[in-house]
Design a protein around this ligand. Structure first.
Ligand SMILES: Cc1cc2nc3c(=O)[nH]c(=O)nc-3n(C[C@H](O)[C@H](O)[C@H](O)COP(=O)(O)OP(=O)(O)OC[C@H]3O[C@@H](n4cnc5c(N)ncnc54)[C@H](O)[C@@H]3O)c2cc1C
Length: 391
């Protein structure tokens, strides 16, 4: 059965983008889908050889300029990768996804030429990964006011405190730490981003345990115990950490929206197939029931609408015209509608939907992260409402 999402993408994309999407989709079908259940049941993170294969495909360097060894692509490519890999597994998709949108992007957009030359070639090749260290045990939605501190000394900076929920921490060479550097400064001018090697003295990482979502994705807690870094570790401007954070999150939220739509695309295909194959009540498929059809139609509408919107915002991101509100809105809408509809899709499929091998329960659980991650939807509404109050 052809994927419904492909029929929309065929209308929306030029040939080269469609070809790229097809390559990643086929890789996802052949290299990820058959192995996923085994990884889940064995409770293992995305294996090194799968990461190496994604690196071979060039996925870690998608939007990085060719002069730094990247593919010279754009944010649309990143989102297409999210749609293709996320269809089977958010955990797999977020591995290159976060490595790019939260790891390499801030260096690309805010780094000095020296930082770009030092890091981008290895990031593009998937030989190193950067973690984006924003969230802390005591700071989630209020990430603009970190409790991790960086104190300036004659030789550079000394960092203390803890970051958590750091995606890709297990595989990362460096963490971009958003730290308090100017406690008495005005709003948006209190923090600085610093590039810290994971093997620096005083950096202690451990994998967070007990996580039941994105189960093959690495999520770490990183403690900084008097970690010293030189002056040139600053990414962006001193006390300009908020700007780095906002620039990074706009792109990241589009990727999260893509993951939500990938779940919707999977659930739509799974449900329409099941609704035709499940025969009861005098040899009728359950797809003949109007209430079942309603769920399928609503998924189809939400998917088409979300794709048009998301791909338009990718163009705005590339043009530098995207607003924080629009990136937040598409993330809120896609994650909310996908979450509601995938729960209904499970109901349409009945008991079988709660089996891991059926696939829907994985998407149902993983969608939670799309509602809470990169700004929880509730908190993002504070942002979205601002222009509406401006009357
Ligand atoms: C699997 C996973 C991966 C992650 N990866 C990363 C990563 O790589 N890097 C990183 O820095 N962080 C990461 N995060 C953290 C994520 O960004 C935070 O979970 C998110 O910002 C919310 O913070 P919190 O969980 O501390 O919730 P809190 O800030 O404690 O908020 C809890 C709830 O309170 C409500 N709330 C909070 N503020 C408001 C408000 N202003 N208005 C209305 N309601 C509000 C919301 O319902 C919110 O969900 C990850 C999280 C998960 C689960």
């Amino acid at each position: 059965m052809p994927r419904r999402i492909d029929t929309y993408l065929e209308k929306l994309l030029p040939e080269d983008k469609l070809d790229f999407y097809g390559v990643v989709r086929d890789f996802s079908d052949s290299e990820i889908a058959p192995k996923l259940l085994g990884w889940e049941r064995e409770h293992i993170l995305v294996p090194d050889d799968a990461i190496a294969k994604m690196a071979e495909l060039g996925l870690f360097g998608l939007p990085i300029e060719e002069r730094y060894g990247g593919q010279g692509g754009d944010h649309t490519d990143l989102v297409l990768m999210g749609l293709a890999l996320g269809y089977h597994s958010h955990s797999v998709a977020i591995t290159p996804g976060a490595a790019i949108s939260l790891g390499a992007k801030p260096v690309q957009l805010c780094g000095t030429e020296a930082q770009k030359s030092e890091h981008l070639p290895d990031l593009a090749a998937g030989k190193r990964m950067f973690v984006f260290g924003l969230s802390e045990p005591g700071r989630g939605s209020d990430a603009a006011n970190p409790q991790v501190t960086a104190k300036k000394t004659a030789n550079g900076w000394v960092l203390s405190g803890e970051k958590c929920w750091s995606t890709n921490a297990a595989w990362s060479s460096h963490v971009v730490v958003h730290a308090l550097t100017n406690p008495d400064g005005p709003n948006g001018k209190r923090s600085t981003c610093l590039i810290v090697p994971m093997d620096a003295n005083g950096v202690h990482y451990q994998e967070m345990s007990g996580k039941k979502v994105w189960q093959q994705s690495s999520t770490g807690s990183i403690v900084f115990d008097g970690v010293e870094v030189p002056h040139d570790a600053v990414l962006g401007e001193e006390n300009g950490g908020f700007k780095v954070m906002v620039t990074t999150l706009n792109g990241g939220r589009l990727f999260i929206a893509a993951l939500a739509l990938s779940s919707l695309a999977f659930a739509l295909d799974k449900t329409r197939q099941y609704a035709e194959e499940r025969i009861q009540f005098h040899d009728k498929p359950i797809g003949r029931f109007q209430r079942v059809q309603d769920v399928i139609i609503d998924m189809d509408i939400a998917l088409e609408r979300g794709l048009y919107w998301l791909l338009q915002l990718c163009r705005e991101f590339e043009a530098g015209t995207i607003t924080r509100e629009s990136a937040a809105k598409v993330k809120v809408d896609c994650s909310r509608s996908a979450s509601e509809l995938v729960a209904l899709a499970m109901e349409v499929c009945g008991g079988v939907a709660c089996l891991d091998e059926f696939g829907l329960i994985r998407h149902h659980d993983d969608l939670f992260v799309t509602r809470v991650g990169e700004g929880s939807n509730f908190a993002l509404k504070d942002l979205i409402v601002r222009p509406l109050r401006d009357v």
